[in-house]
Design a protein around this ligand. Structure first.
Ligand code: HEC
Ligand code: HEC
Ligand code: HEC
Ligand code: HEC
Ligand code: HEC
Length: 223
């Protein structure tokens, strides 16, 4: 499949999908703003670039059951989750499937000391401040913001990452919080916390227990 046919051209990477369509259709941008309103919900959802190596989360995080933090090592320590260095992959692939065609770009990069150019999927504008550790250490799981990554052959953006989307959860965190030891569990259900519990019951209790008060002040996210 030719990637140029199914994806926006590279130059639109920084643009919003809706905006790009509006620009291409000529002058309709103002209309788009009126239709979608301030900070629309539908931005970039579904964005799924082709990666230099066909790495599959469905295989590694799903079938093989690897924890997210094995590769995204800084997700509970700082702002960035982090993309693993080639050494992490080669730890297994020096031996496993060491002659695979699909892994050829990985071996070549490793041998020549070049980095692999993974294409970013999620990308907030620079004027927004976001911090992973502030979320995962307070009980917001990966799945709430990224969806079922463990079922994705190729990662795509499931949530809009718009301002309204952030604010919806900052206003009602009880709809999303979970026990801290279930942060990376993709198929967690409140019943595992307490028999027959609902998200509402569990959420209300955890919000109280951890004294969660996500801020909606502008300066929290725009510094
Ligand atoms: C074996 C290593 C490995 C494991 C385990 C792993 N990932 Fe990844 N992850 C990667 C690599 C490499 C990329 C960059 C390539 C890509 O996007 O597929 C990535 C990309 C991502 C992205 C997209 C980053 C962007 O550009 O926006 C998200 C989100 C993500 N991973 C979440 C998870 C979650 C959630 C888990 C656990 C369920 C997980 N990953 C487990 C290696 C891993
Ligand atoms: C803990 C061990 C482990 C790590 C770490 C690991 N993999 Fe894998 N990977 C596997 C196993 C096991 C398979 C399945 C091999 C098979 O099907 O026989 C696999 C399969 C693959 C395949 C498919 C190969 C083929 O020919 O079908 C690709 C591509 C791949 N891995 C990329 C990566 C990348 C990129 C990284 C680093 C981000 C990585 N893997 C990290 C264990 C690992
Ligand atoms: C509250 C929502 C939220 C949660 C929870 C969350 N993420 Fe993210 N993630 C984001 C946003 C937003 C971005 C884009 C950040 C940017 O552009 O600066 C992102 C980007 C990423 C990236 C790529 C860039 C980077 O930060 O290095 C990876 C990988 C990732 N997330 C993995 C994870 C994993 C693994 C978890 C769970 C342990 C997780 N995320 C939990 C919202 C979230
Ligand atoms: C699914 C729920 C959820 C989503 C979505 C979410 N947040 Fe949060 N956010 C929280 C919770 C819970 C906290 C922790 C509040 C606390 O510690 O009292 C938090 C804390 C933060 C903090 C830390 C504030 C501080 O005091 O250091 C920042 C910054 C932040 N969020 C920005 C964002 C941005 C930007 C987005 C959207 C891209 C976002 N959040 C989306 C739930 C969420
Ligand atoms: C919880 C995080 C969060 C808070 C709090 C927040 N914002 Fe935002 N804001 C965002 C995100 C994320 C975006 C980027 C959305 C996007 O990609 O279009 C954004 C975008 C914007 C934009 C650009 C709008 C656009 O449509 O391009 C403006 C202006 C803005 N915010 C103003 C504010 C003001 C004023 C406040 C306080 C009343 C505020 N924000 C509070 C997360 C936040």
């Amino acid at each position: 499949m030719d990637p140029d046919v199914t994806h926006f051209p590279r130059w639109t990477n920084g643009l919003r999908a809706a905006g790009a369509v509006a620009v291409l259709s000529g002058g309709a941008y103002a209309t788009a703003i009126v239709l979608f309103g301030f900070s629309p919900y539908a931005l970039d959802v579904g964005y799924q670039p082709v990666q230099p190596v066909p790495y599959s989360h469905a295989l590694h995080a799903g079938e093989l059951g690897m924890d997210c933090r094995y590769c995204h090592t800084t997700v509970d320590k700082g702002a960035k989750a982090g993309i693993p260095p080639l050494e992490t992959c080669m730890g297994c692939h020096a031996a496993i499937r060491s002659d695979s065609e699909k892994l050829k770009p990985l071996r070549e990069a490793y041998d020549t000391g070049q980095p692999l150019r993974w294409v970013r999927v999620h990308d907030l504008p620079d004027y927004v401040y976001f911090d992973h550790s502030a979320h995962v250490n307070r009980g917001v799981g990966c799945v709430s913001c990224h969806g079922r990554i463990d079922q994705m052959e190729v990662v795509y953006q499931q949530e809009p990452l718009s301002m309204n989307w952030c604010l919806d959860c900052h206003r009602e965190p009880n709809k999303n919080v979970r026990p801290l030891d279930k942060i990376t569990a993709m198929d967690f259900v409140p019943d595992e916390w307490k028999k027959d519990a609902t998200q509402a019951e569990m959420g209300d209790e955890l919000v109280k227990q951890h004294n969660l008060k996500p801020s909606t002040d502008c300066s929290t996210c725009h510094r």
